[in-house]
Design a protein around this ligand. Structure first.
Ligand SMILES: *Cc1c(COP(=O)(O)O)cnc(C)c1O
Length: 486
């Protein structure tokens, strides 16, 4: 056997495979809306399928691809489905899929400039373009592509630490006499707590500040907590402002928070992972006032911009701090790009070898243009409005206030309509009816609500109406059960 044919299959097989894949994907795109949005499956069922695959015999490539595709088709929540009203995971852009394929094939090593000058420059070009969209000054924008918002938020914590604690990089928390503290609302993403934990600060370092009736951080308690902590010997170093919370799509008042950060001498990080896309609309930009004053921003292209996962972006106004945070040298690293006036991505990122993440973002944006994206974002916001109207017209009560297409609601018609048990059952009924994928969450930790987010550019009025109909049927079924119980 020619060993070169073990890993790289021969030309005719490859051509057949590419063709097969293209046909499979086209079939999936054409049919996904007819597929049940969520599977009904047990771990045993899937494991039984995988068990015979013990890798003792090489399998046929086409058969193996077929097996995987069939299994994904049957056993996943279909985030590309227009009735997926879930957690920000979109239907992927065509150009994003193409980008991922090309990135895999050329496999550029984007750790260093000299290995992949085009890929590195393309990513830098994008970083600047996104920075400018958020109001950053062109010649001060720096940043890095990340696996997602979690890594971007972790990067924010690390850069903010670097700014405030010069000894941290070398000595770690051991070198600090005071406990570094992070401030964020109690609605902020759990990745900050995790970042605190894995940075060695510990989860107690995240001060979760209470919110007002609209779930926005309260400035009074924020300032009081900072001052109290400082008086007690703590070392506040960063404030996080949410620009579109995961729970309820809430945007904190960024400009006033920027004022607090500046008065207190703290780093301001804005977590705009999902909601940030709304800042690209001139008519909604006011919601993000002050974001241009932030020290850093998290944005996920794999959320509202519909780029395939994972495509996170970390942006900052402080290139020198970003580099100080991550620069380490080792013998095997190619010579520094500094003499070329170019950037080696590894000096400003948690990752070393990494995927050419920027390509799928670049191809999606280049082909849609900002204007294309604005149209899509507006459409999704309009679908969110329609959902709110249809829910209110049918006796559901909306509990979150946001312009973004994320709706948190409870049942007003049923005496049990605000209980977790009721809402859980409604969500389960809706999911199993195939009329939509929605979930249950809790606002300010204790108010259970149903949560539906227009995540998909394919979602149209008919999908919204089907969801509301499914909700109505679930509610009716539950009240019938309740009256039978009497
Ligand atoms: C999704 C999200 C994150 C985490 O991003 P991942 O890409 O899922 O790692 C962080 N913050 C907010 C507000 C998010 O919506």
């Amino acid at each position: 056997m020619d060993i070169r044919k073990i890993l790289e299959l021969d030309h005719p097989t490859r051509v057949d495979l590419w063709q097969d894949c293209a046909e499979i994907l086209e079939r999936y795109f054409a049919r996904v809306h007819e597929t049940s949005v969520a599977p009904d499956v047990t771990p045993e069922e899937i494991r039984a399928r995988l068990k015979p695959l013990d890798f003792s015999q090489p399998l046929d490539p086409q058969e193996t691809v077929k097996l995987v595709v069939e299994s994904l088709w049957n056993y996943q929540v279909h985030t590309p489905h227009p009735k997926y009203f879930g957690l920000f995971n979109p239907a992927p852009t065509t150009m994003g899929i193409v980008g991922d394929v090309i990135a895999a094939a050329f496999n550029p090593q984007v750790a260093t400039w000299n290995h992949s000058p085009f890929a590195v420059e393309l990513e830098q070009h994008l970083i600047r373009s996104f920075g400018v969209q958020f109001g950053y000054e062109l010649d001060r924008v720096e940043g890095t592509f990340t696996s997602g918002g979690t890594e971007a938020n972790h990067t924010a914590i690390l850069t903010a630490l670097e700014r405030s604690f010069v000894e941290f990089a070398k000595e770690g928390t051991r070198g600090l006499t005071r406990q570094p503290l992070v401030y964020a609302s109690n609605q902020s993403h759990h990745s900050f707590v995790r970042a605190a934990r894995i940075s060695g600060l510990g989860s107690d370092a995240v001060r979760q500040i209470e919110v007002d009736d609209n779930l926005r951080i309260r400035l009074g308690p924020l300032i009081e907590q900072i001052e109290r902590d400082r008086a007690a010997g703590g070392a506040p170093f960063v404030i996080v402002a949410n620009a579109g919370t995961t729970n309820a799509g809430v945007i904190d008042p960024i400009a006033p928070i920027a004022e607090v950060a500046s008065q207190q001498g703290l780093w301001l990080h804005v977590d705009a992972a999902w909601g940030g896309a709304a800042a690209f609309l001139p008519e909604l930009k006011y919601l993000f006032d002050g974001i241009e004053r932030s020290d850093s921003i998290t944005f996920d292209a794999h959320k509202w911009l519909s780029v395939p996962m994972g495509a996170g972006i970390y942006l900052t106004h402080h290139p020198e701090i970003l580099r100080k945070t991550f620069r380490i040298t080792a013998e095997y690293m190619p010579a520094d790009a500094a003499e070329l006036d170019a950037v080696d991505p590894y000096v400003q990122s948690i990752q070393w070898s990494r995927r050419f993440i920027g390509l799928k973002v670049f191809l999606s944006l280049a082909v849609a243009g900002w204007e294309g994206y604005r149209q899509v974002i507006r459409h999704q916001i309009a679908m969110g409005e329609l959902l709110r109207q249809e829910l209110q017209a049918t006796g559901w009560k909306i509990l979150n206030r946001t312009r973004l297409p994320l709706v948190c609601f409870v049942d007003q018609q049923n005496p049990e309509g605000r209980t977790e048990a009721f809402l859980d059952t409604v969500a389960r009924e809706v999911v199993s009816s195939g009329k939509g994928w929605i979930s249950v969450t809790r606002l300010d930790k204790n108010r259970p609500v149903l949560r539906a987010c227009v995540t998909n550019f394919r979602t149209g009025p008919e999908d919204i109406r089907a969801l509301v109909q499914g909700l109505g049927e679930a509610r009716k079924k539950l009240s019938n059960h309740a009256s039978e119980d009497l």
